[in-house]
Design a protein around this ligand. Sequence first.
Ligand SMILES: NC(=O)c1ccc[n+]([C@@H]2O[C@H](COP(=O)([O-])OP(=O)(O)OC[C@H]3O[C@@H](n4cnc5c(N)ncnc54)[C@H](OP(=O)(O)O)[C@@H]3O)[C@@H](O)[C@H]2O)c1
Length: 258
Amino acid sequence: MEFSEKVVLITGASAGIGEACALKFAKSGALLSLVGRNVENLNKVAEQCEQFCGNKPLAIKADISVAEDVEMTVKETISHFGKIDVLVNNAGVLLMAGIMDDISSFDSMLATNVRGTYLITQKAIPHLIVAKGNIVNVSSIVSNVAVPAIMPYCMTKAALDMFTKCLALDLGPKGVRVNAVNPGPVNTALFKRNGINDEVNNQMFENIAAALPLRKVSTSEDVAELVAFLASDKASSITGSRHEIDCGLHLGDPVLRA
Ligand SMILES: NC(=O)c1ccc[n+]([C@@H]2O[C@H](COP(=O)([O-])OP(=O)(O)OC[C@H]3O[C@@H](n4cnc5c(N)ncnc54)[C@H](OP(=O)(O)O)[C@@H]3O)[C@@H](O)[C@H]2O)c1
């Protein structure tokens, strides 16, 4: 896949799946605008990308739940590169909270996963139409698999899937494709940000892997391959679709299957 001269804006590029996407697009020659809140991590990822392709990414410290940050992100990307070909809406948070937990968890996940993604997409759309570009939304398998212990998170990802479909219908005639990637569990910092230590986190992932049909979990790099495919011209006929990458998790409950 070839992305030379293509400008790719990735939110949440400072860690995990977003970091893997940044490296994948860098290896394919893209010009990168990388967004995150942790400047130290963001700069490390930007340096690695530069080593791969020689192009220096634009690293933008921004919180996508803050409207001014979003506006500044798109403005800086345009003033630096002059266009946006691909928007990867990857930034997201998972708080371990269900229906009886404080509403602040719900508000905070909604603010980033849905509202922040919506805001940055709004600002990027005029530029994506000019470039006849595309959007890849990083959703989750739990948009369609109910997990009550993380109900608000599941709800935000279900919203992203519908956002993907509505946008695809709206923007298709304008030459812009929109797709969702729906990963199953990937061992990143996502769960550890809830205070879970490495040992507990790794044990949890071992248990999940043992229960999945493929007896493994996907890696951030696996997800980045799919994101890059959907963003590439090879996927020129694909829009409005959700793409599961979950080692078979969506096929059903491992207990019932046994
Ligand atoms: N890991 C999984 O099992 C899994 C499964 C399905 C879907 N996903 C989705 O994949 C995406 C990436 O998650 P991950 O697993 O890579 O988690 P991660 O390692 O925790 O990375 C999350 C990224 O999002 C950024 N971010 C979070 N809130 C932000 C905000 N308000 N503004 C800007 N950046 C923000 C973080 O940046 P800073 O650290 O710089 O703030 C970080 O770069 C998320 O949307 C997640 O829901 C993950």
